[in-house]
Design a protein around this ligand. Sequence first.
Ligand code: GLA
Length: 390
Amino acid sequence: MKVQNEAVVGAHQERFGERGTVAMAPARVNLIGEHTDYTGGLVMPMAIGFHTTAVISPRQDDRMFFFSANYGEEKTFVSADLERGRTGHWSDYPAGVAWSLAKEGVRFSGFNLTLAGDVPLGAGLSSSASVEVATAMAIQALAETSLPLKTVATLCRRAENEYVGAKSGIMDQFVVAGAIAHRAMMLDCRSLEFDLLPLPEDVRVVIVNSMVKHAVATGEYGNRRDEVEEGQAVIRSELGRELLRDASLADLEACRDKMPAASFARCKHIITENARVTEAREALLAGDVKRFGELMVEAHASLRDDFAASCAEIDRLVEIALAQPGCIGARITGGGFGGCTVNVVEADAADAFVSAVQLAYEQWNGIKADCFVCAPEDGALALAANGGAV
Ligand code: GLA
């Protein structure tokens, strides 16, 4: 982390002639609770040890320079440009955050901002939320303000929804900003209340990247959301339940004939997933990691069959994982349609698990899957508070 930060400060200094102030934000993996966040539901993500570093220094004029050390590319904005919104360029993410902070009433001068990170892109590990939150923390440092967690998460989500144009929920921005090391976070996406839950010491979270790219800003994610919203609207008008979060399977069944079959299936996933997250919390609190693993497997089947958001590569990875000794649970994680699986594995079996999964996957389709053995890390606010960003 320190090495990465020093390198980014060096890149910033070389480009802009000043060392600047450092902020950082992690990536995240979701343990369980998928596609529930935008219906006010329950999720259980944790932050992981990949980071975006943002280095910022003030300018005398009102221009905003965004430099990506990863892409070796710079883009300049003046305030009026921010009103135009999405351009389809990577700079939409940090520019959207500047726009959203201004909307929040935060006043800041022009600045030079360098971004760099090691978060795998398009893998479903929230590279975009990591960039957004790192940018929000950096601009707040410039403006000498520090907004509370809910505000940071909400304004970053607004950047993604309204500026970038991706219809994501609040989960990623919230956990990337608010996570605490050694804990998974169960977040209620309606109230934004959360619980920090311990994972047993003797298990590891192993992320396996199928290397199939996923993109939240386009295509299937948005289609699923539309299908869900259509079902949710029927339940609202028929039964007066505002959000799917408030609906039971019996409610859904009562509305079956009034919605397309696809909406019924998507809503069924969400209603059962909320119940699984609640049970997963109880399992963790009771130290029952076996039950937690079973719930992950059920969640995968639901996302695959009812939500139709998996793909052949991911299903194969889950199958391979579950056949390995010491594997407690495995499922797809994130927006879906590719990306990564998340696996809970006995600690002393983790290394052998990684080798065996990589070998079997490569034998199956010739692709070498990247694997990461993770532990829950601090989010951006905790990093800033602990001085970890400097
Ligand atoms: C993406 C979105 C999140 C959430 C997940 C699916 O990561 O950014 O808001 O909807 O997909 O659980």
